[in-house]
Design a protein around this ligand. Structure first.
Ligand SMILES: N[C@@H](CCC(=O)N[C@@H](CS)C(=O)NCC(=O)O)C(=O)O
Length: 231
């Protein structure tokens, strides 16, 4: 049986694991739809939290993107994406935790705004969310290394977490009036400019850009229908 990752690669958490598999050349890992669909009893039996991604390694289920990445690092130690020294490993984990706790959650809270007509945007909510995201970005600015990758000249799991984050911020926030989310964060801004030179990052970013268009069209239609039904 092949190893499977359940969930759409448009999720920044799934995309992070995808990027790891690209860097490591793990072609045997298949990205598959959630068994039974999101919210289903079938999927909750595998992952009680119900979120994506979850890894299915021949029946061993590992949920949570960070834990999956660490699992794959241990299982496939070739082309390591964690530094060998304790300080470097801590730096990668700190960046990943900052993305997970202080950037993606406030960004997720703003996403429904991007699917509403501009006249229905809530400026207070947007400003509040943006201030929270800025705090997370300020922490990343401090924790990141000299580049060109998130730490130095070698890609790590920190890049796997930050690339999908960068995609989401730069795709969503301009629609809410925040044209250049990385302005004022010179290290992160330079990292974002450099990252596309790497073919794996470029592959993931190009795919996400294409797929996001269709996903968004469907979500907007669903949400407009829900709003209309509520009126
Ligand atoms: N801490 C989780 C977060 C995963 C997460 O929030 N995934 C979202 C998709 S982007 C999800 O599954 N949302 C569906 C839900 O909350 O029911 C991880 O790192 O894997």
């Amino acid at each position: 049986m092949t190893m499977k990752i359940y969930g759409s690669r448009l999720s920044p958490y799934v995309a992070r694991v995808w990027l790891q598999t690209l860097f490591k050349g793990l072609n045997q890992i298949e990205f598959a739809p959630v068994p039974g669909g999101m919210g289903s009893t079938e999927y909750r039996r595998l992952n009680p939290v119900g979120k994506i991604p979850a890894l299915d390694d021949n029946g061993t289920i590992v949920p949570e993107s960070e834990i999956i990445c660490e699992y794959l690092e241990e299982k496939f130690p070739a082309t390591p994406l964690l530094p060998t020294d304790a300080a470097g490993r801590a730096q990668v984990r700190l960046i990943n935790r900052t993305v997970d706790m202080y950037v993606l959650p406030p960004l997720s809270a703003l996403l429904p705004q991007t699917r509403r007509p501009k006249a229905e945007h809530d400026p207070g909510l947007i400003q509040d969310g943006w201030q929270k995201i800025r705090k997370g970005l300020a922490a990343l600015e401090q924790f990141a290394g000299a580049g060109p990758f998130a730490l130095d000249s070698t890609p790590t799991l920190a890049d796997c977490a930050m690339v999908p984050m960068g995609f989401m911020l730069n795709r969503s926030l301009p629609e809410l009036g925040i044209a250049t989310p990385f302005a004022g964060f010179p290290k992160i801004d330079a990292w974002w400019a450099n990252i596309r030179v790497n073919p794996h990052c470029a592959q993931a970013l190009d795919w996400m850009a294409r797929e996001a268009v269709e996903f968004r069209r469907k979500r907007m239609a669903e949400e407009a229908a829900k709003r209309a039904a509520g009126n």
